[in-house]
Design a protein around this ligand. Structure first.
Ligand code: AGP
Length: 624
């Protein structure tokens, strides 16, 4: 949460800092701000609200200079107002800090600094960092900007930042500038991501590489406890003791066109429509006809380790957790390995008995979710082989897991996850096939799965044909206050995902439930005003789900059914039907979720909600 951008180079910093923030706005959008330096003076502009509100301020009062840092906030300490917006100034106001993360010991530090005479303006934990750096800076002898590049590591600002970091408990990705040293930006990371970018016009800092696409083509991912120093002439990565670290630059894979909305009104709709292509990218090169199996480049586990695995724990949050629940059905059915799915936020603090042959697999779009990262680290500490299913290349989880599989969904910017979910389920299906083929799955079954998977992107393409029907249904139901989503087996996680999508972007209360479990409580919610969305594709327990549908109808509840093309039996009983292509049952979640994404999208739109940036949320949850 919170996005950081920094720039020093030959261009005006302001437009670069604002454009970077626009691309990081998905990380938080409570307030935004920036500071630039020119003529040894800081130019601070900050504002509650969106980046466009900051841009309005800048139209009246531009911020000059070719060096600066900026921030988009997701509030943790103190409400979203102008004063709590970043950057925060330290000491006499010549030093500025932007910060992503949480400083857990900020209260005692603040009390101490107040006793030392520092006056706080905001409620934030970040202001503590700014004053501490000022205090530490005052303790050291001022030195001029070094002429020799190597001397940067002993620079007094770098020293003051590093001394300050040692006083902090918690997490940070931060950037610091000072009017006394108008040529440099100091960055640091512990627990909150930060990348250094190298481009033709200068050097950059950002919370993730998507902010830099088109401006810098090479990046270095900072590791925990590392610092970086950027100037017009160079950049350095330093370790905790300010020793230089040699690192290799990596090329940014994403294109600029992938990070804009194209012809779509919202990122969410664009990303829903990108699903067929995203699936093609996830499948490409991973299906193997000769072995009737799937294969992955980066699992990094030897065959014996995989064969020995007698249990798999899938851990994740939110939509990624729902994908994990589909994965549980897939892996247990095709590989016959027992699977448990754990909320990462719970798993990280539990101490379940896990034996050596348990593989822990983290599922995450961003690769930065704090709880998922902590769950992965805890598993590694206990000696379990860890894998990650991750979308963002080079993210913390992708780097820290022993091995993993990239989702190849391309940048997902809408806060509501769509194409990452379908790619996660597709990759989990391939993983189930791969594990199954190492055990008991026959080559005939393997061949059939390879064939079915290859046909999947086109089936999703055809599914998008339901868009107009879904839009009309959304018009009919957009004013209700409660929704139920019901499905069984593979479709129970889809029901959860449909309810989550609706809740997060339209603010309508929605519950996902196993359809038969309804009778044990939630059926009390059913009335004429509460529609139930039933997932009704054909399959072994179709008749049972039909009975559950009848139970709802008998109590006057309107029913919206997702059914296979041409299913007249469902159409006869439901109030509304959305037809989707019929695919083998284990792939149906990838199809059935598409109309639910569109339904949430249109209901949110009709209710006037901000689809891409729903209230209180952020795309990447990097706090606990
Ligand atoms: C999904 O629509 C949500 N915005 C959210 O639940 C998300 O899936 C969750 O925060 C996990 O994120 P990750 O996949 O990046 O780890």
């Amino acid at each position: 949460m919170c996005g950081i951008v920094g720039y020093v180079g030959t261009q005006d910093a302001e437009p670069i800092l604002v454009e970077g923030l626009r691309r990081l706005e998905y990380r938080g959008y409570d307030s935004a701000g920036l500071v630039t330096i020119s003529n040894r003076r800081l130019h601070l502009r900050k504002q509650a609200g969106r980046i466009q509100d900051l841009a309005r301020v800048l139209r009246d009062r531009p911020a000059p200079g070719d060096l600066g840092i900026s921030h988009t906030r997701w509030a943790t300490h103190g409400p979203a107002n102008d004063i709590n917006a970043h950057p925060h100034l330290g000491g006499d106001g010549t030093l500025a800090v932007v910060h992503n993360g949480v400083i857990e010991n900020y209260a005692p530090l603040r009390r101490q600094l107040e006793r030392d005479g520092y006056v706080f303006k905001s409620d934030t934990d970040t202001e503590v960092i700014a004053h501490l750096i000022d205090q530490n800076l005052r303790k050291s002898e001022p030195r001029e900007t070094p002429s020799d590049w190597v001397e940067w590591t002993s620079h007094d600002l770098v020293e003051a930042v590093s001394t300050t970091l040692a006083q902090l408990k918690g997490t940070y990705g931060l950037a610091v500038v000072s009017a006394r040293y108008p040529d440099m930006i100091v960055g640091a990371r512990l627990g909150s991501p930060l990348v250094v970018g190298v481009g033709e016009t200068g050097h950059f800092l950002a919370s993730d590489p998507s902010a830099l696409v088109g401006m810098a083509d090479k990046v270095v991912y900072l590791q925990d406890y590392q610092l970086c120093v950027l100037t017009r002439n160079g950049w350095h990565i330093l370790d905790q003791d300010r020793g230089r670290v040699e690192v290799a630059l990596e090329t940014i894979q994403w294109q600029e066109s992938q990070t804009d909305k194209g012809n779509f009104e919202h990122y969410m709709l664009k990303e829903i429509y990108e699903q067929p292509e995203a699936l093609e990218n996830a499948l490409r090169g991973r299906l193997n006809d000769a072995d009737a199996s799937a294969h992955f480049g980066g699992l990094n586990l030897d065959t014996q380790q995989i064969r020995r695995a007698d249990r798999i724990i899938l851990t994740a949050c939110g939509t990624s957790y729902n994908a994990g629940l589909v994965g549980e059905y897939l892996i247990e059915e095709f590989a016959r390995i027992p699977v448990e799915v754990e909320y990462a936020s719970e798993f990280r603090y539990r101490n379940p008995p896990i034996d050596r042959n348990t593989i822990v697999l983290a599922i995450t779009q961003s690769g930065e979710t704090a709880d998922t990262l902590a769950a992965l680290r805890e598993s590694k500490r206990k000696g379990h082989p860890t894998l990650a299913l991750c979308n963002v290349v080079g993210s913390s989880i992708a780097r820290e897991a022993d091995g993993g599989v990239y989702l190849h969904a391309g940048p997902e910017i809408g806060v509501a996850s769509t194409k990452a979910f379908t790619n996660q389920v597709a990759v989990l299906t391939m993983l189930a096939l791969y594990l199954g083929r190492m055990r008991h799955l026959s080559s005939l079954q393997g061949t059939a799965m390879v064939r079915d998977l290859r046909a999947l992107p086109d089936a999703v393409r055809r599914t998008l044909g339901c868009h107009e029907t879904v839009r009309r249904i959304a018009e009919r139901y957009c004013q209700v206050n409660n929704f139920l989503y019901l499905g069984r087996q593979y479709h129970y996680p889809v029901a959860l995902e449909g309810a989550l999508k609706l809740k997060e972007i339209s603010y309508i209360h929605a519950e996902g439930y196993p359809a038969a479990e309804m009778k044990h409580g939630p059926i009390a919610l059913v009335d004429e005003e509460t529609p139930s969305v039933f997932l009704m594709p054909r399959g072994p327990i179709f008749d049972k789900v039909m009975s559950n549908l009848e139970e709802v109808k008998a109590r006057g509840g309107p029913v919206i059914a997702i059914a296979c093309e041409g299913d007249e039996e469902v159409a006869a009983r439901a109030d509304e039907v959305i037809y989707v292509p019929e695919v083998p049952e284990y792939l149906q979640p990838i199809i059935s979720v598409v109309p639910l994404q569109l339904l949430a999208y249109h209901i949110a739109l009709l209710r006037g909600c901000d689809v891409d940036k729903p209230r209180n949320l952020a795309k990447s949850v990097t706090v606990e």
